[in-house]
Design a protein around this ligand. Structure first.
Ligand SMILES: Nc1ncnc2c1ncn2[C@@H]1O[C@H](COP(=O)(O)OP(=O)(O)OP(=O)(O)O)[C@@H](O)[C@H]1O
Length: 506
């Protein structure tokens, strides 16, 4: 008979934590006790309170009620530095890096390494930075400013920075949202090794397969309350989790249904499209009524392809034909006027006006696309805003709430929602559901489906293969700047996508 060992006591315990914003409860008496050597998965729909709870544990925010214990003793973190000193470190969903500083300096911001005589050792720091980045799978020039990095690279720098603090409790808030499958595997191997060495880890993700693959324990939040927790033994009861997440026992069936779509004439053609080293002759046809997915390992030209078609990046060869007419975009406005619009990947830099309200952000595209915005019917715009909020399940107090105070996933829904009013013919989407919960993901693709059913088309890059398999009519796989495989119908399988991503036929 095998005896199960008792679990080690939690190094940091959150007890009955409560927090309200403007009188609305974000957390209501929540307990959390991550244990050394184990990965605790924290699940919850957008706006359920996951980030708020973790920010309180990491000293970035004060709770209104409850307490934190470190090794069983009450502790009070008034700043993140207090938490780091006690071994609690958080890597954010949206990297909190200094964009104009070099990569290596970002890794040591706030905790400069000292050499002889108490001075910062530049050479030692640069060497250490290089090793830390290699460990998370990032082989880049460490002297370039962070703003030049892709979203995935910035995410890995954020994680490497957290790891460099040698935490006792490491909080990873949606670390994989921008990462390709290969980078996720590498990160998971690192996290498992860290747990094996005795670190406690909190892992937030909306991807159930990742939670199943990585986590030992699970806690589910709904509307700021803890609604379930149990130990995982290698498999995850998906129906039970979905039921707890949504509070709706009907949800699992609705989440797996997929509607076939009618696709017709060609809306967009790319012939031998080239742009720098990233695009080396891309050919594709996009049909009206179609959602076409773009898969591939990170950095095979997927994002550059969308940027080039949207006019953010110049092409150096090949042709872009929109409904048979050749276009040479010089700037995004040229394409937006033709109804070719990009929902960008980086919502903070490109997708939202952070100092404006939910309503102002939702109305921004409709206003910008009007040649005479003053003639726009305010009432119609207000009606659009009122309908879009429930349609995309945006959790907000209303159109006047500042968008900066929404949860990450709800901000992403606003980014997508604002394109739904304009006359869009080709919708280009770069990782549209990054940070968005399962149910809202479904709503977003249903909304895109409704849009293309009217005769337009969508070209979507997503870092999550399952998302593409589930929602797209066809999938293109990119490898080294070219389309190497086009899959449809029964050939659209995970194995075929992965094989093509590595430049192989399945
Ligand atoms: N600074 C703030 N001001 C006002 N409301 C806030 C603030 N920060 C968070 N909230 C609200 O608290 C609630 C919980 O947000 P939180 O970011 O913790 O959710 P989450 O579960 O992490 O969501 P997501 O999965 O979208 O990241 C949301 O309704 C959010 O709008």
């Amino acid at each position: 008979m095998t005896e199960t060992l008792p679990l080690p006591p939690a190094c940091v315990t959150a007890r009955r934590i409560s927090k309200s914003f403007g009188g609305v409860a974000a957390l209501d008496s929540v307990d959390l006790a991550p244990r050394p050597g184990r990965v605790l998965g924290l699940l919850g729909a957008n706006g359920s309170g996951k980030s708020t709870l973790c920010r309180i544990i990491a000293g970035e925010m004060m709770s209104d009620g409850g307490e934190l214990l470190v090794d069983g003793q009450p502790a009070r973190f008034t700043t993140p530095k207090d938490a780091v000193r006690r071994g609690v470190v958080i890597a954010h969903q949206h990297p909190s890096l200094a964009p104009d500083l070099p990569v290596w300096e970002n890794l040591f911001l706030g905790m400069e390494r000292c050499g002889r005589g108490g001075f910062v050792s530049r050479a030692g720091s640069r060497r250490a930075a290089w090793h830390m980045l290699q460990a998370v799978g990032l082989d880049i020039d460490i002297d370039q400013p962070v703003e030049r990095l892709s979203a995935a690279e910035q995410q890995l720098v954020e994680i490497a920075r957290a790891l460099s603090r040698e935490p006792r409790l490491l909080i990873l808030d949606e670390p994989t949202a921008a990462l390709s499958a290969a980078l996720v595997d590498r990160l998971f191997a690192h996290v498992r090794a860290l747990a094996a060495s005795g670190t406690a880890i909190i892992f937030i993700s909306h991807r159930l397969q990742e939670v199943e693959a990585l986590c030992d324990d699970l806690v589910v939040l709904r509307n700021g309350r803890r609604v379930g927790s149990w130990e995982l033994d290698g498999s995850l009861d998906e129906a039970r989790v979905l039921d707890l997440l949504t509070g709706d026992s009907d949800a699992p069936a609705r989440l797996t249904e997929r509607k076939p779509r009618d696709t017709q004439d060609v809306v967009l053609t790319l012939e031998g499209l080239c742009a720098g080293q990233a695009l080396r002759g891309v050919d594709l046809d996009l049909h009206s009524g179609e959602i076409l997915g773009i898969a591939g390992l990170q950095g095979q030209g997927q994002e550059q392809l969308l940027d080039t078609v949207a006019g953010f990046r110049r092409k150096d060869g090949g042709r872009i034909l929109h409904r048979g007419r050749a276009l040479s975009p010089h700037r995004p406005r040229d394409m937006i006027r033709r109804g070719i619009c990009l929902v960008p990947n980086d919502r903070h830099r490109q997708g939202l006006f952070m100092d404006q309200t939910v309503g102002e952000n939702l109305a921004a595209v409709a206003l910008a696309m009007q040649p005479r915005p003053w003639r726009l019917r305010r009432r119609r715009l207000a009606e659009f805003v009122r309908q879009t909020i429930p349609r995309l399940l945006i959790k907000t107090r209303g159109p006047t709430q500042p968008v900066a105070t929404l949860s990450g996933g709800n901000q992403q829904k606003v980014v997508i929602g604002k394109w739904l009013e304009g006359p869009v013919d080709v919708l280009l989407l770069s990782d549209p559901t990054k940070g968005v919960d399962l149910r809202a993901r479904r709503e977003i693709y249903d909304t895109i489906g409704d849009l293309v059913a009217g005769g337009s088309a969508a070209l979507v890059y997503a870092s999550d293969i399952h998302e593409l398999l589930h929602h797209c009519d066809r999938i293109l796989v990119m490898y080294e700047g070219r389309v190497v495989e086009t899959l449809s119908g029964s050939a659209m399988t995970e194995q075929r996508v992965i094989a093509a991503s590595f430049g192989r036929a399945a």
